[in-house]
Structure formats: structure tokens, C-alpha cells
Design a protein around this ligand. Structure first.
Ligand SMILES: [Zn+2]
Length: 233
């Protein structure tokens, strides 16, 4: 561990950059500190490797940024990071909710990629596509969002309030998809994606969790015996 000691003392003879989601740009990290873990396969042919967790901050807004770098220290004591640096936090791409139907997931991924690429008109269009795919997955026969959103509310798949917000998202999609004076901004897109996140979690993650909880044998027994007692009364 002697060589790593030297690296800990001065690991940043090169600048470390990360993506600040608040400032929406690549920033050079300040206030860097590092934590090390031995790589499970530490003995490489050419040297020893370690995981370096680099913790720093955005110089503008002080948002914490966490990078992970696999460091190789060769038998001559030379330090290199041949596998590159990955950003752990904040994620560069918005997280996509779990358990999405494949067709919903495919368009959702494109919406998130458009947001990261800062192309809000394209992102707004893809956000509308996500709502359309949610409708198709729920066997809603309509193809227009004007009809799909109320139908989702009527079927109880989304709440009345989610439907109201959905109307605003539809208008945003129209501003992105059609020639309009009013163009969606990056902030509009962020808000619409937060909406989609809560919507998809409430539809698909809740459904998945319900199935998982129902499959608990103890859970089912408890519910069954409680129901029996009610019946006896
Ligand atoms: Zn920042």
C-alpha cells in the first residue's frame, strides 16, 4: 500500500471534471477528497489496481459530485487511470423508473437523452410520445393525447390531478412538435420529466410492488385470517 499512500497525498495533479445537474454544465471540481478501496482483483499483470472514490463540489453551486476511478499503480510506482473516470452522482442522465413496459421505456429513454443533450423541443415531443405509449399499454384505443389523457383518468390508471397536469404536458408537447412562437424551455422539459417520473412510478412501480407483496405467503395468510374473523362477526 506504499505507492497508494503517495497517490493519496497528491492525487490531483490533473483536474477532475464532472457534470453539475444544477448548473447544467461540466465543471472542474473543487474541494476534492478521495477514498480508496482495493480492487477485488488487485494483482494485475502490470501492477496493483484500486478504486478511487473522488468526492468534490461544483465551484458555482457547491453541489456534491462523486466520481469513481479505477487506478493502476504499476511496479515502478507509476500511477495511471487507464479505465477512465465515471460519474456516480449526480447521474448524468435522469433515472428511468423501473418496471416500465418495453414500448414505454424505449421512448422514455429518448426523452431523457434529449433532455441531457439540451434539445428541449425534441424532448417535449418525446415526452408526449411517452404519454401515448402509456395509453397504448393500457389498451386505450385513442391515438390523440386530447382523448388519451381523459381516458386514462376514466379507467382509473391515473388520478384526476395527474390528468390535469397531463393536459399541461400535452400543451408543452404541442409547442415542441408544431411550429409555434412559444418554444419549450429546458426548465419546462425538466418539470415535465419529473411529472412523467411520478406518473410512471405510480402506475408501474406500484403495480410491481403490489404483485411482490401479494406473493408473500405470510402476508396472504394474515389477510386471509383477518377476513375470516370479519366474516365470523
Ligand atoms: Zn453547480
Amino acid at each position: 500500500m506504499d505507492d497508494i499512500g503517495a497517490w493519496i497525498r497528491s492525487p490531483w495533479d490533473r483536474p477532475y471534471a464532472g457534470w453539475c445537474t444544477k448548473c447544467e454544465q461540466v465543471v472542474q471540481l473543487v474541494g476534492l477528497t478521495a477514498l480508496f478501496a482495493e480492487h477485488p482483483k488487485t494483482r494485475e499483470i502490470t501492477g496493483n489496481s484500486y478504486f478511487a472514490h473522488l468526492l468534490g463540489q461544483c465551484p458555482a453551486c457547491f453541489e456534491g459530485i462523486h466520481l469513481l476511478e479505477r487506478v493502476l499503480i504499476d511496479y515502478h510506482g507509476n500511477i495511471d487511470a487507464p479505465w477512465g473516470t465515471t460519474q456516480v452522482y449526480p447521474p448524468r442522465l435522469r433515472r428511468i423508473p423501473d418496471h416500465l413496459p418495453p414500448a414505454v421505456e424505449a421512448v422514455y429513454k429518448e426523452a431523457v437523452a434529449c433532455e441531457a443533450a439540451q434539445v428541449p423541443m425534441a424532448a417535449a415531443t418525446m415526452i408526449g410520445r411517452v404519454l401515448e405509449e402509456i395509453g397504448a399499454d393500457a389498451d386505450i384505443k385513442f391515438t390523440n393525447l386530447v382523448e388519451i389523457i381523459p381516458a386514462l383518468v376514466k379507467e382509473g390508471i391515473i388520478s384526476k390531478r395527474q390528468g390535469e397536469t397531463g393536459k399541461q404536458v400535452r400543451l408543452l408537447r404541442n409547442d415542441g412538435a408544431h411550429p409555434r412562437e412559444l418554444r419549450p424551455t429546458q426548465q419546462d422539459v425538466e418539470r415535465a420529466l419529473v411529472y412523467l417520473d411520478t406518473l410512471c412510478r405510480s402506475i408501474y412501480e406500484t403495480q410491481h410492488l403490489a404483485q411482490a407483496l401479494e406473493s408473500r405467503p405470510e402476508g396472504r395468510e394474515v389477510m386471509h385470517s383477518a377476513a375470516m374473523q370479519v366474516e365470523k362477526k
